[in-house]
Design a protein around this ligand. Structure first.
Ligand SMILES: *[C@@H]1O[C@H](CO)[C@@H](O)[C@H](O)[C@H]1NC(C)=O
Ligand SMILES: *[C@@H]1O[C@H](CO)[C@@H](O)[C@H](O)[C@H]1NC(C)=O
Length: 399
């Protein structure tokens, strides 16, 4: 019997408690309902909060992520936009509404600022305020999630260490007069860790705020590409290939290794150029200079392949050389020019026969090939020492 009494008592208690919670909730809801009804009485949402005065709207973006697509040149920022203002018509006395000091408005019942961004892309995004918090002082805060996109002209000459500048322009719709967009705090954007993207890092930010201008708030982002990975597969090989090409010229033209080495360099050029085709951004005002470097270096290597084959033939020639070859030979060897002939090849001994004429011809041809090779060598060294500082991108100092 005792347990039955207990059970009945417990269920009563349960009922009572439930009732109490329900009552409490419905009471607050009732006050809130009454408040919304009273506030919206005669409220014209199309009129500015402060009919005679300018309405100041504070704006702040909490950046969640960003992206700059190098191919489409579109900069995207995904963030929470916090806008706040004071609406004199949304004031109330908390004691009149059961001590209620704040309330949520879930639909756009009251006035909201129409924040617009200029230079937007085809992708049109209508701003939708799903929820706003209103305090009894008339202070309204809305925090919609927004995805802002803008066209950003990219300059790729220093790719993969390029730096890009993207600008986002904000203003208030022309349908709302006398509304000023003002950044909340010193900066209108708070990035936190979101400034470190997978492809780019935001290294600098500045903003211009001028409420009398067409663009009320201009935010400029400076982005550095995280190019280390690309550099290791594209930039460092460029340096190695130029050393490989230039050092192959030091070898003797009769040495088979020289031709193999320079052909290998040629193949590597082709390989890296095709590799770069996958990685390189397609649409850009300025093409990457590293591309020019590879192309010029490939032309030079191609020229050196021909030079190697031709010089190899000339070096072993036994016929009497034409007069101009002999004169080039004697002019260079009888002047200071002979110190620039490096490396110096010895005449092939097997070719030498007893006849004096033959000995002389082989020596002249060998010397002539040697002179041409030295010219090729110094030419390549000069070309590379100009091209490497000019065309190979360097990492910008981090600011
Ligand atoms: C407009 O602003 C002035 C000073 O800032 C203030 O005295 C006045 O009451 C405001 N008027 C309205 C209608 O809010
Ligand atoms: C703000 O914009 C107006 C209109 O374009 C211009 O006349 C004024 O000089 C600007 N003010 C500043 C501080 O840039």
């Amino acid at each position: 019997m005792v347990w039955l009494t207990h059970l009945i008592f417990l269920s009563f208690l349960h009922l009572f408690r439930c009732d109490c919670v329900l009552n409490h909730q419905s009471l607050e809801e009732a006050w809130e309902k009454q408040l919304h009804k009273d506030l919206m009485k005669g409220y014209d949402w199309s009129e500015n909060p402060n009919t005679c005065n300018v309405t100041e709207v504070k704006i702040k973006f909490l950046m969640k992520s960003f992206n700059l697509d190098s191919d489409t040149e579109i900069f995207t920022m995904y963030s929470i936009m916090i806008v706040s203002w004071t609406d004199e018509r949304l004031k109330w006395n908390p004691s009149d509404y059961g001590g209620l000091t704040e309330s949520y408005f879930f639909k756009m019942e009251h006035w909201v600022p129409f924040v617009e961004w200029i230079s937007r892309t085809d992708f049109d995004f209508g701003l939708y305020y799903d929820e706003c918090n209103v305090e009894n002082t008339g202070y309204v805060v809305c925090s919609p999630r927004v995805l802002v996109e803008t066209q950003c002209t990219t300059k790729m000459s220093n790719w993969p260490y390029d730096t890009q500048t993207c600008t986002l322009d904000f203003t208030i719709s022309e349908y709302q007069k006398d509304v000023h967009l003002i950044p909340k705090g010193k900066r209108a954007v708070s990035m936190g860790g979101a400034g470190y993207g997978p492809e780019f890092t935001i290294v600098d930010y500045h903003q211009v705020s001028n409420t009398s201008d067409k663009v009320q708030l201009r935010m400029t982002f400076v982005l550095d590409r995280n190019g280390e990975h690309l550099a290791s597969v594209i930039v460092f090989p460029a340096i190695l290939l130029s050393i490989l090409t230039a050092s192959s010229i030091i070898l003797d033209v009769s040495d088979r290794k020289r031709l193999l080495m320079i052909l290998f360099s040629m193949l590597c050029h082709c390989f890296y150029l095709s590799e770069m085709g996958w990685e390189i951004p397609k649409h850009s005002v300025e093409p990457p200079t590293i591309l020019l470097f590879y192309r010029s270096s490939m032309l030079l290597t191609m020229f050196l392949v021909f030079a190697t084959v031709i010089l190899g033939k000339l070096r072993n020639k036994e016929t009497a050389p034409p007069a101009w070859v002999s004169s080039v030979y004697s002019i260079v060897l009888n002047s200071h020019g002979k110190y620039f002939i490096w490396p110096r090849w010895k005449t092939n001994i097997e070719l030498l026969t007893s006849e004096d004429d033959d000995v002389k011809s082989v020596e002249v041809w060998n010397g002539f090939a040697n002179i041409v090779n030295s010219v090729c060598f110094f030419f390549s060294v000069i070309v590379y020492s100009i091209m490497i500082p000019m065309c190979v991108p360097k990492q910008q100092p981090f600011t």
